[in-house]
Each structure stands twice: as C-alpha cells, then as structure tokens.
Write a protein that binds this ligand. Structure first.
Ligand code: CIR
Length: 261
C-alpha cells in the first residue's frame, strides 16, 4: 500500500517564506480547496491519505516534503534551511515513526526535502540556498549501507532542486536546463520545460509497482505549453490547480510525502 502524508493549509500561509517571488495576497479558502483537490489526486493515484491538521503557527507547514525524506528502509528528518521551518519537524517525527526507523540531519547540516531527487538508488541533493554539503555527508552516511549513492548538484535561480527537475515518468526527467545541468543525472530521458514556463519542471510521479509506469503524474494546470510537450511524449498527467500554493513558492511535490507502507 502507498501512503501519502499531507498537512492542511495553515491560517498563517500568507506569512510564508519567500525567496524568488514577491509577496502577493493568498486566498486561504481557495488554497484549502485546491489542497483538497490535490489530496483527491493522490487518492486517485492509489494512495492511502494521512491528512494531518494544520499547524496554525507554522506558515509553510503544508509543504511537508521539506521536513523529511522517506526511503523504503528509513526516514530522515531534515534540518530545514529556513529557521522558521524547523518547528515543523517534531510533528512529522511522531507520524513517520509508525512506519520507519527515524534518523535525523543535524546542524551544521541543513536540508530541505525539496532539494532531494531520488532516481532509484541514486539520490541527488540540490546545493541550493537551503541545503548544504554537511547535510549531504550526513545523508550519505545514513543511506550508504542500503546501497544509495548521494551526490550534490549545483542549482541556480530557483528555490530547490525539484523546482528545476523531477521524474515525470519512470526513467524520464522534466528539467529547466537554465537552473540545473541535465547531464548530471546520467542515463535518463530528458524533457526540457517550455522556456516561457521556467517553473514547470515540478511534477509528482507516484512511485511503486502499483503504478508501474501507467499512472499519471500529478501536474499543475498553470503550464499549458509544457503540458502539451509532455502529452506529445505520451506522458499521462492528472492536472490540479495549485495557484494559491504557487504564490507561497510551493509546487506539487512539496505538498506530500509518498511512500510504501
Ligand atoms: C518555503 O520557502 O520554504 C516555502 N514558502 C515553499 C516551500 C516549497 N517547498 C518545496 O517546493 N519543496
């Protein structure tokens, strides 16, 4: 069974961290509605939904991806790069302890889950403003015995590695080559986003044998040109409108932690 952990939109989302975007007003009611529809998409993809209550004092807590990395063998709680987001971690520790042995990234390491792209046993970590070399060392030490490699990847111009690249179908990555060099990811098929849609590289492919390459990737409605490119490659998509979460610099991978129970 696949589990998807989500957390409800906080009343305080409007006070979120912002790095590359100007602050604009966020409609919290609409954000909640969009988040519910995103959860529906997770259920359509076969996930058992664990929907956690909001953390009203933590504006960015809806972006659960950043506080943990869940592998088949273990869970790693991160030490988020933004100080305001470190309060989100303890609540996730309690939840994930039901499924995995828990490990942690500690200072001086900083890591946001949005910087972690796993392709099979290869783990790539964005050297962004949020994640650093000390965290990469720690992650390597935690995962080596399970056969994972961990490699740092330079990213420029965006918040996280997964703002710039995600796996959109098994063996196929969707990339903004202006923000990350596609050749670092080795033997994969590469699809570049439409250059007029720089934020279009974030798609959520639900893993596991249940989906075996046929399940659609969850993808925002806001990138029609890249969407047409993906469809021309035969990649199935389940479209969701996440406009209010995008105003908080969020995307589709960051609103869930998906793993095998
Ligand atoms: C932040 O800056 O931390 C949030 N406002 C957005 C986090 C988005 N996370 C993600 O894409 N993994």
């Amino acid at each position: 069974m696949l589990v998807a952990v989500t957390r409800a939109v906080s009343d305080s989302l409007g006070a979120c961290e912002l790095t590359h975007l100007e602050r604009v007003s966020i409609d919290i009611g609409l954000a909640r509605e969009q988040h519910r529809r995103y959860e529906d998409a997770l259920e359509r993809a076969g996930c058992f939904l664990v929907s956690l209550p909001q953390l009203a004092e933590c504006p960015d807590a809806v972006f659960v991806e950043d506080v943990a990395l869940v592998l088949d063998e273990l869970a790693v709680l991160t030490h988020p790069g933004a100080v305001s987001r470190r309060r989100e971690v303890p609540g996730m520790a309690d939840v994930l302890a039901a499924w995995r042995p828990i490990h942690r990234i500690d200072a001086p390491g900083t890591l946001d889950g949005g910087d972690v792209l796993r392709l099979g046993r290869r783990i790539y970590v964005g050297l962004s403003g949020r994640s650093n070399a000390a965290a990469i060392e720690q992650l390597r030490a935690l995962t080596a015995e399970h056969g994972y490699s961990v490699e740092g990847v330079p990213v420029t111009g965006c918040l996280h590695l997964k703002s710039a690249v995600t796996e959109v179908a098994p063996g196929t990555i969707l990339v903004n080559p202006a923000w990350v060099e596609p050749s670092v990811f080795g033997e994969v098929e590469v699809i570049a986003v439409d250059p007029t849609e720089p934020h279009a590289a974030n798609a959520l492919l639900i893993p596991g044998p249940e989906t075996a390459g046929r399940s659609p990737a969850i993808y925002p409605t806001s990138f029609p040109r890249t969407r047409r490119l993906l469809e021309a490659h035969g990649i199935p998509l389940d479209l969701v409108d996440v406009s209010e979460l995008q105003k908080a610099e969020g995307a589709v991978t960051c609103c869930s932690l998906v793993f095998r129970a």
